[in-house]
Design a protein around this ligand. Structure first.
Ligand SMILES: *Cc1c(COP(=O)(O)O)cnc(C)c1O
Length: 396
């Protein structure tokens, strides 16, 4: 269902989906597809989850939107819930991942100005992705995202990911730095998991504490049970000062959140930030229902178990295939790294009625719904492994 009247910003696959159920999507011709991408880490509950549909229907019948000029019961309840699950203090709600990161960047700058630092800088990482607004594309570690949009927003210092010494070197020479912005697991960049996640984030925490910097974690993709804990930082034993959320939080209803702790939670004061839609009753009811269903259906455990199972099945399938460099996962963030560009696999998978993504040119990225069971996981591997093996043979 193509239109000439859409701006040409996406390379779209030639398929239109009419409905979904669980991990399956049905197109307008009636063909069923196995969804191993979840709308890019959004539909953690799969499609048309009955409890989620009922919760949204009930909310729509009551109230969709009121202004943040008023108290909003669902927003308050979701803030309490997020604070409880994360050990953080306060939440600002917005509508997307880039907006959550914009809020975090503004917060870090205000924190700096409050300390008398007039030209604050934020350390960001190579291969990172933080969004497409001017500040967040400037923070992003991918030239393709930035090219054509100069002048970029200044105030970012870039270092390699998973390299504590590089951060220490900046600390020793630069006294404008006020924060580090980092994804616990880099998603768009190609499913990069720190070699020792605990040591890396404990090291970053120590550097931040020693220098009075804020540790800001972009959990837009890794949060909301995706890696088998509510938030990926919960694998590391530390708490950030700021965490951003979006993708999985509303199961498809747009919502973002900037969650903060301690001094960072008190930095935004009256009038310093705002959003018309942010935290409206519909979006926050969707967030509450999402978190309730994840807990009720033990989806943290399922994300960890099924994610590991999928990695093991692929590792087995590719054990004699040197062109597959590595299969890695943090729960349901799964990457299969090849030794060659493999964007064509997306189209081939679509023809095999399977939805996947390729990022960073040669990493097959899988972000299955958190509800995926073992049998569906086997079906995923059964469809995808032969495609990858044939692709490697054909492109040798
Ligand atoms: C997707 C993503 C964003 C941007 O989110 P949008 O909702 O598209 O603005 C930011 N950070 C990370 C880590 C992401 O994966």
């Amino acid at each position: 269902m193509h239109s000439e009247h859409l701006m040409n910003t996406y390379g779209r696959q030639p398929v239109t989906f009419a409905k979904g159920e669980g991990v399956w999507l049905t197109d307008t011709a009636g063909d069923r597809y196995l969804d191993a991408l979840s709308g890019v880490a959004v539909n953690g509950l799969g499609h048309a989850h009955p409890k989620f549909v009922a919760a949204l229907n009930a909310q729509i019948a009551k109230l969709i939107h009121v202004s943040n000029i008023y108290q909003i019961a669902e927003q308050s309840a979701l803030a309490d819930k997020l604070a409880d699950l994360s050990g953080m203090d306060n939440v600002f709600f917005c509508n997307s991942g880039c907006e959550a990161n914009e809020a975090a960047i503004k917060l870090a700058r205000l924190y700096a100005h409050n300390k008398g630092i007039d030209h604050p800088e934020i350390i960001v990482m190579d291969q990172s992705f933080h969004g497409r607004t001017m500040a967040t594309l400037s923070a992003t570690g991918n030239r393709k995202v930035q090219a054509g949009f100069e002048p970029l927003v200044s105030g970012f210092v870039r270092v390699p990911f998973d390299d504590l010494d590089a951060v220490r070197a900046v600390a020793s020479r630069n006294n404008h730095v006020v924060a580090i912005l980092v994804e616990p697991v880099q998603g768009e960049g190609g499913i990069h998991i720190p070699a020792d996640m605990k040591a890396y984030f404990q090291g970053l925490r120590e550097i931040c504490d020693a220098n009075g910097w804020l540790l800001i974690l972009d959990e837009v993709q890794s949060g909301i049970a995706r890696t088998g804990t509510w938030f990926a930082f919960q694998h590391t034993g530390i708490l950030p000062d700021v965490m951003t959320l979006a993708k999985g939080l509303g199961s498809g209803v747009p919502i973002g959140a900037c969650v903060a702790r301690g001094i960072a939670a008190e930095t935004f004061t009256l009038g310093k930030h705002g959003s018309t839609f942010g935290g409206n009753p519909l979006a926050t009811a969707a967030g509450l229902a999402t978190l309730d269903i994840i807990a009720e259906e033990k989806l943290l455990e399922n994300a960890e178990d099924t994610g590991n199972y999928i990695r093991q099945l692929f590792a087995q399938a590719f054990k004699d295939t040197p062109a597959v460099i590595n299969v890695r996962n943090a729960g349901m963030m799964i990457g299969i790294e090849l030794d060659r560009p493999c964007a064509e696999l997306v189209k081939q998978a679509l023809a095999a009625k399977l939805l996947i993504n390729v990022t960073s040119e040669r990493v097959v990225r899988l972000l299955p719904p958190l509800i995926m069971n073992k049998q569906e996981a086997e079906e995923l591997v059964h469809r995808l492994a032969p495609l990858i093996l044939n692709f490697i043979k054909a492109s040798a």
